[in-house]
Design a binder for this molecule. Structure first.
Ligand code: CA
Length: 250
């Protein structure tokens, strides 16, 4: 299987620090690659002082560590357990320092293994798939405005401008228990599919139609850069993180 992958994370125009983190893990060892596959993660941290950055970094590192060291051959189950492990790690770490109390992070992960994509997700970062020119949001936002959109109270556009758009209803590390989503898993990949993982710094400024047009018209590297530049050019109100994964050959 051949993928083209590009990833970028920028602080934006307003924030002082980048509290987003991402991971792209593609084992160099052929056997490990074949057995465990490739794993990509976007995490958007929150919490005072340095808490947000610590939480998102810890999420990405813990998920990688758990996933690639596990002997469980059920890959999607291992991925899900990896998020629960990350939740524990962040929560435990938050108890060690008063400055880190309540820190947490979103987490959107995709595992690509034997032609399938397995998603695992908590929070309001997103995963999308572009197939045949059609963009589909794979994940459900665990946010107040996400629930309002789903219940029909407000539109996507209202949600992007809503004063409480930052209120997240589920995140890693804030509580000692967590429920993760595993949307559309497994998703059988086809040549030409493009997967996008991103933080809300992108989606709060760039609507789906534009994301779709960019992904459909350029390769992973250029698309990733264009998406980040577009959000940044519109004020870059938040940290912006984008991972683009293009299936070149199955
Ligand atoms: Ca954010």
């Amino acid at each position: 299987m051949k993928l083209a992958v590009a990833a970028l994370s920028v602080v934006g125009q307003v924030r002082q620090n980048n509290e987003d983190s991402y991971g792209r893990f593609e084992p160099e060892n052929p056997q490990e690659l074949r057995e465990k596959g490739r794993l990509f993660v976007v995490a958007d941290g929150m919490g005072g002082h340095r808490g947000g950055a610590i939480a998102s970094d810890l999420a990405v590192r813990s998920i990688r560590q758990f996933y690639y060291s596990s002997n469980d051959t059920d890959r999607p189950r291992t991925l899900k357990k990896a998020l629960l492990y990350a939740n524990d790690k962040i929560y435990e770490h938050s108890l060690t320092d008063d400055n880190l109390t309540g820190m947490g992070t979103t987490c959107t992960a995709v595992l690509i293994h034997e032609g399938n994509a397995y998603f695992a997700h908590v929070g309001d970062s997103r995963a999308y798939i572009l197939r045949g020119g059609i963009l589909e949001q794979v994940t459900r936002d665990h946010s107040l405005v996400g629930e309002m959109v789903r219940s029909g109270m407000i539109t996507d556009e209202d949600a992007r401008n809503h004063p409480r758009r930052n209120v997240i209803t589920r995140s890693l590390g804030v509580n000692n228990e967590i429920t993760t989503d595993t949307p559309r898993s497994p998703f059988s990949l086809a040549r030409g599919d493009v997967i996008l993982l991103c933080s809300d710094g992108l989606t709060s400024l760039v609507p789906d139609e534009e994301i779709s047009a960019v992904l459909a018209s350029s390769g992973a590297g250029k698309a990733c850069q264009t998406l980040v530049d577009t959000a940044n050019g519109r004020g870059g109100k938040d940290n912006i993180t984008v991972v683009v994964i293009e299936v070149i050959e199955l």
